[in-house]
Write a protein that binds this ligand. Structure first.
Ligand code: HEC
Length: 138
């Protein structure tokens, strides 16, 4: 269990031997790993923690957050052009599915919002797939 027995969840896990990545931090890490092969994963919301306070959502990100916040069961997609290449962007809601999500997000000193409830949409999980590399890998 995260936070017990001296192991803690941290967004700085790479520099701390007693830390494992938090779910969100793991997604950010996976995104770094994937970024070579035309796939990217990202997790975001209108309530970033202070370490990501400067993050700016683009138009698709704003639209995805807005739509999924009120309709969590939808899937928001588009074909976008990123660095001149067609990219398929797919966004789904990341919901507070367990008490662990809620208690950690409400309890942390650095939380940007402390009144999350079970079932709330906490963020957007987006997967981007380069159309060209998807075709090349068939
Ligand atoms: C032990 C504490 C902890 C637990 C448990 C936890 N989170 Fe988090 N979560 C964090 C922290 C800290 C961050 C910020 C990490 C970062 O920015 O690298 C974060 C970030 C996020 C983000 C990204 C927000 C943004 O705008 O950047 C989402 C979405 C999220 N968590 C959802 C969840 C969900 C859903 C669960 C349960 C399945 C969960 N978290 C469980 C601590 C926790």
């Amino acid at each position: 269990m995260i936070g017990k027995g001296g192991i803690k969840g941290s967004f700085n896990h790479e520099n701390d031997p007693n830390a494992i990545p938090l779910p969100a931090t793991m997604i950010h890490g996976l995104s770094k790993l994937y970024s070579g092969d035309g796939t990217a994963v990202s997790l975001y919301s209108a309530f970033p923690f202070p370490n990501r306070a400067s993050r700016q959502l683009d138009d698709f990100g704003k639209q995805a957050w807005g739509t999924l916040s009120s309709n969590p069961d939808t899937v928001v997609t588009c074909i976008d052009t990123i660095k001149g290449e067609p990219v398929m962007r797919v966004a789904i809601a990341d919901r507070m599915v367990s008490d662990a999500c809620v208690s950690c997000h409400n309890g942390r000193a650095d939380t940007p919002k402390a009144d999350w409830k079970l079932g709330d949409v906490r963020g957007v999980l987006e997967v981007d797939l380069s159309v060209a590399s998807a075709l090349a890998n068939r």
